[in-house]
Design a protein around this ligand. Structure first.
Ligand code: G5P
Ligand code: MG
Length: 226
């Protein structure tokens, strides 16, 4: 089966805890796309104690954004490693108008998926989140618990609670989002790229995202369930 298809460049946006990681995992399961999460990249840099990581750590712990120059360099260098024929999905980047403008000078963006989830729902969720740091896989006590508590399903490695999931840091992250990232919605709406999905449950949002993407990208054969 050979199909002529063009690589798609997509962005997934939404407040902290809106389900970007969860929806991204479903997207890459069902579609041929590479997932690039700026948060996962930064946490990997911190774990390696690299120069980037050392600079970024305190901002993340304070619920603030890491400076634009640092994140832009990190994310663009990862995008440049992806073959031009491969579709990609950016998660958590861009997060400021300046980041979006720099990105648009380097890469063409085809669509922006926005997860519009109420802050109240988010505060509840993040207190029960468990993360496998090296892969970025996320679990939740109620919603999708790991098979064995505290252990990643695929690797058997331990799960951790992110340092920035403390309630006071979550509140700060939501404020940062409102102030610095929400204005991006208009930026992409004006370009006609924004596809926004509102709800309190990923299982209700996901079928709509999937339907939209199916009009743009070929799903994997026989894997499009769940
Ligand atoms: P991150 O890593 O990008 P955030 O804050 O944008 O972090 P986060 O917290 O990773 O976003 P998410 O990916 O949107 O959230 O959500 P998720 O992990 O999939 O879901 C959250 C929880 O809810 C999980 O436990 C999941 O299982 C559960 N869940 C999902 N759906 C449901 C549901 O329907 N029901 C229930 N009950 N639960 C559900 O960025 C971290 C930091 O890095 C820096 C910043 O400091 C940032 O704060 N950073 C940047 N700084 C500057 N510029 C950038 N571009 C930066 N990118 C990262
Ligand atoms: Mg995430």
């Amino acid at each position: 089966l050979t199909l002529l298809r063009k690589a798609i460049h997509a962005i997934i946006m939404g407040p902290p805890g809106s389900g970007k990681g969860t929806v991204s995992a479903r997207i890459i399961r069902d579609f041929d796309m590479q997932h690039l999460s700026s948060g996962d990249m930064l946490r990997a840099e911190i774990a390696e104690q690299s120069t980037y990581g050392t600079k970024a750590k305190q901002f993340i712990e304070d619920g603030k954004l890491v400076p634009d120059a640092l994140v832009v360099e990190l994310v663009l260098s990862q995008i440049q490693k992806i073959p031009t024929s491969t579709s990609w999905l950016l998660d958590g980047f861009p997060r400021t108008i300046e980041q979006a403008e720099t990105l648009s000078t380097k890469e063409k963006i085809d669509c922006v998926i926005n997860l519009d989830v109420p802050f109240e729902t988010i505060r509840e969720r993040l207190s029960g989140r468990w993360t496998h740091l090296s892969s970025g896989r996320v679990y939740n006590d109620g919603f999708n618990p790991p098979k064995i508590p505290g252990v990643d399903d695929l690797t058997g490695e331990p799960l951790v609670q992110r340092d920035d999931d403390k309630p006071e840091t979550v509140q700060k992250r939501l404020e940062t989002y409102q102030l610095q990232t929400a204005p991006l919605l208009d930026f992409y709406r004006e370009k006609g790229l924004l596809h926004s999905y509102s709800g309190t449950k990923t299982d209700e949002i996901w079928p709509k995202v999937k339907e939209f993407l199916s009009t743009t990208i070929m799903p994997h054969v026989n894997r499009s369930r769940l």
